[in-house]
Design a binder for this molecule. Structure first.
Ligand code: ADP
Ligand code: MG
Length: 315
């Protein structure tokens, strides 16, 4: 029961759940990922064109992948503990439909409360390999958690889902992402496959924000930094992204360091008199700020640090 508790606490929000599922699709080398969320129904569906799951693996899906510390040190994929699907299977009705290239049939399994309800080939065969994961009634075993989520305004949680997908899309420019709010039947994120994250940024946030972005690149020994930085500052930190080996990291010290360097540089000073504020992604809503000189400004940045995985603690 201690393990059950640990697993249940591992995923506690809808946004976290979406991130785990999308990371699985990325680990399966999908180039197209479509996400439907209906927050009122606690429903999530992810469809990818990745490698698919063999019928054998589908049976074992709730078991862990890493067993030793050395295994952990070698991790280059997003997944490393084999915990996400087994945790989700305990707090929802989880359906997995998958077509593996080595297998003629498309297989399906349904798990509820950690128990397998169904397993076998489905009648609707898919021609191409890929996986559909459907989560129904997420957190049904935790009415308090569900209540908390619904009181906390769905809009907020949808915004969190959107931000998570945006940050995953930015670091995976080679992947097409679609996020659909199934409740209102609205696409809220769409990206097309492009060669570089800077173009994904442009697709996500429009041309006004992507103006004056400068590429950055540095390399020393086995550590590499690349990405881009805005030449002008903003009053909010909305678009600051830092990743280590493709994982988004919310690390305050790095943000502060870059903000300070920006404000001390000629870029930070040059635009001092003309601060712009984010209105929305639409350029027409940009307005000149009424607040002036006393406020600090923040650059847009997207920084990706690549280094050997043994250099840091993944947990
Ligand atoms: P982890 O990602 O840490 O391995 P998960 O519980 O998230 O653990 O997933 C368990 C396993 O299920 C993965 O290792 C992978 O083999 C398989 N899997 C999950 N989602 C997909 C997917 N979308 N496509 C292919 N395989 C998947
Ligand atoms: Mg995973």
């Amino acid at each position: 029961s201690a393990i059950r508790k640990l697993r249940a606490s591992f995923i506690s929000t809808i946004a976290q759940c979406v991130v785990e599922l999308v990371q699985n699709s990325l680990d399966a080398l999908a180039t197209s990922i479509e996400i439907h969320v209906d927050l009122m129904k606690f429903f999530i569906q992810i469809t990818d064109n990745g490698s698919g799951i063999t019928p054998d693996d589908m049976k074992k899906i709730a078991t862990s992948k890493c067993h030793t510390l050395e295994d952990l040190a070698r991790v280059i994929t997003y997944g490393f503990r084999g915990e996400a699907l087994s945790s989700l299977a305990e707090v929802s009705i989880l359906e997995i439909i998958s077509k593996h290239p080595d297998c003629y049939d498309t297989y399906c399994t349904i798990l509820k409360g950690g128990q397998r309800l169904q397993y076998g080939p489905t009648r609707c065969r898919r021609r191409k390999s890929g996986t559909i994961i459907i989560i129904r009634d997420l957190f049904y075993t935790y009415p308090v958690r569900r209540k908390h989520l619904s009181e906390n305004k769905f809009i907020n949680e949808l915004e969190n889902v959107k931000k998570s997908i945006e940050s995953l899309a930015l670091i995976n420019p080679q992947v097409t992402f679609t996020l659909i709010d199934a409740l209102r039947d609205r696409k809220i994120v769409t990206t097309r496959k492009v060669a570089n994250s800077i173009y994904t940024f442009h697709q996500l946030f429009g041309s006004s924000l992507s103006q004056n972005l400068e590429s950055v690149y540095a390399e020393e020994d086995d550590i590499k930094i690349d990405g881009f930085l805005s030449l002008r500052g903003f009053h909010t930190k909305h678009h600051q992204y830092f990743y280590v080996n493709k994982r988004y990291i919310d690390y305050n010290e790095v943000h502060k360091l870059i903000d300070d360097m920006f404000n001390q540089s000629s870029f930070g000073k040059k635009n001092y008199d003309e601060p712009l504020e984010y209105g929305s992604d639409s350029p027409s809503k940009f307005k000149k700020s009424s607040m002036t000189k006393s406020l600090e400004k923040y650059p847009i940045f997207f920084i990706h640090l690549t280094c050997p995985t043994i250099n840091y603690d993944i947990c």
